[in-house]
Ligand binder design. Structure first.
Ligand code: SF4
Ligand code: SF4
Length: 135
């Protein structure tokens, strides 16, 4: 870059507002189709496991406790998810969607990346049976 051009750029920048966004103080609306954290609707789920089978990142485990009673627990490994939405397309019951309002997923520990969807009692039952290494 020529010295003259550099000086003119510096001078111009003194009178311009910074382009940097003041995130997180200022948050702009996200696109409607943004793929954020997975959501699961247990009401429609049949426990077929297609979502888990088709997930290329192995980010979903569908744990069937009692198929007749529709007692399922879905384990979602957020840290493995690539947000490709394949599971959403694969689910024929329309139980899955990617939320566009939960996308700030950074965390200081692993806990928020290990999500269990389902009834509280069923989740506790699953956790009681898993090893410390699993969780
Ligand atoms: S969005 Fe893609 S990577 Fe994430 S759980 Fe669904 S299929 Fe797996
Ligand atoms: S594909 Fe849909 S219906 Fe089948 S287990 Fe997954 S969420 Fe449930």
């Amino acid at each position: 870059m020529k010295f003259g051009t550099m000086i003119s750029d510096i001078t111009a920048s003194l009178f311009k507002r910074p382009v940097t966004e003041k995130y997180p103080l200022v948050r702009y609306p996200v696109p409607e189709r943004l793929r954020g954290h997975l959501r699961w609707d247990p009401e429609k789920c049949t426990g077929c496991g297609l979502c888990a089978m088709d997930c290329p990142a192995n980010a979903i485990e569908m744990i069937v406790i009692d198929k007749k009673a529709k007692r399922f627990v879905m384990r979602y490994h957020v840290d493995r998810c690539t947000f490709c939405a394949q599971c959403v397309f694969s689910c024929r019951q329309g139980c899955l969607e990617m939320s566009n309002d939960t996308w700030e997923l950074a965390a200081l520990n692993k806990e928020p990346f290990n999500v269990f969807f389902g009834e509280k009692d069923d989740i506790e039952c699953i956790l009681a049976g898993s090893t410390a290494q699993d969780t």
